[in-house]
Design a protein around this ligand. Structure first.
Ligand SMILES: *[C@@H]1O[C@H](CO)[C@@H](O)[C@H](O)[C@H]1NC(C)=O
Ligand SMILES: *[C@@H]1O[C@H](CO)[C@@H](O)[C@H](O)[C@H]1NC(C)=O
Length: 266
């Protein structure tokens, strides 16, 4: 997993309709029990899932990247509901009163990471190597910036030659030029959530160095291979991973706060 949107997008990923939506969701919190659950709003806001779903549907209809942005947002913190696998998202999560720039940089694996580093950064969050491989499948949608795949498409050897040249054409070799040019993480179906991400890896068409590490002669090859032939296994492992990820030290009860503006502490 690695940055798939620009830093500017990162700080604004809670913006616009989603901020409003999260605010609505968070303000409905009222009294709170001390853990996340799928029934947290069943009496205070019984229509919350339908409301969130309809706002998300229209957001994705007007900007397809929104789907990937929301998955990424969940990865980096918040909430989700889209095509592909479906599950009941546990809610009741409160907002942090702090944010850590160094924490964000040190805990999120960079796109240059090797398999061992990817595995250890996920392990540090209580996620297994299997979860890591399944969650990486979120790269079936979304895009990455040239600066994050340049070294892979110019210098790595575990990449399909034709694919490398295609991606080089939109990403100048010299750092500083075209850094923000985007390319889809899944070259086949960049806006559809399925298992093509893994099919690409088996053909050495992973966009990020960290993507191709999952199928590079190591311990995770078999899992990648299995997802190419069973999308349902991928979906089921992805959901398991997303639920585990959502349970990473959430703020509940009276911890944290309910932000009035989701971009800043009250
Ligand atoms: C990445 O791996 C290198 C070499 O194995 C190690 O020195 C480094 O601490 C690792 N970084 C992270 C963030 O795990
Ligand atoms: C490729 O590797 C060479 C030698 O290490 C390095 O000088 C160059 O900056 C790298 N190019 C890219 C695009 O990463």
């Amino acid at each position: 997993m690695a940055p798939s949107a620009s830093p500017a997008r990162r700080s604004s990923s809670c913006g616009g309709g989603i901020a409003l939506l999260l605010l609505l969701v968070l303000m409905a919190a009222g009294t709170s029990s001390a853990q996340l659950s799928t029934s947290f709003y069943s009496s205070s806001c019984p229509g919350v899932y339908d409301a969130v779903k309809s706002v998300m549907k229209s957001a994705i209809a007007s900007e397809q990247r929104m789907g990937a942005s929301i998955v990424r947002l969940f990865f980096h913190d918040c909430f989700v509901q889209l095509g592909g696998p479906n599950w009941d998202v546990k809610v009741g999560r409160r907002d942090s009163t702090t944010a850590s720039f160094s924490g964000a940089n040190n805990n999120i694996p960079p796109p240059t990471s090797g398999l061992a580093n990817l595995t250890s950064l996920f392990a540090a969050q209580g996620l297994s190597q299997k979860d890591m491989v399944a969650l990486s499948g979120a790269h079936t949608i979304g895009q990455a910036r040239c600066t994050n795949f340049r070294a892979h498409v110019y210098n790595d050897t575990n990449i399909d030659g034709t694919f490398a040249r295609t991606r080089q054409s939109g990403c100048p070799r010299t750092s500083g030029s075209g850094d923000n040019n985007l390319a889809p993480l899944d070259l086949q179906t960049p806006t559809i959530f399925e298992n093509n991400y893994y099919k690409n890896l088996v053909c050495k068409k992973g966009l990020l160095h960290s993507d191709q590490e999952l199928f590079n002669g190591g311990a995770t090859d078999a899992q990648v291979q299995s997802y190419t032939s069973s999308q349902s296994t991928f979906f089921s492992d992805f959901v398991t991973g997303m639920i585990k990820m959502g349970d990473i030290t959430p703020l509940t009860g009276s911890n944290g706060q309910i932000r009035k503006n989701c971009r800043r502490v009250n």
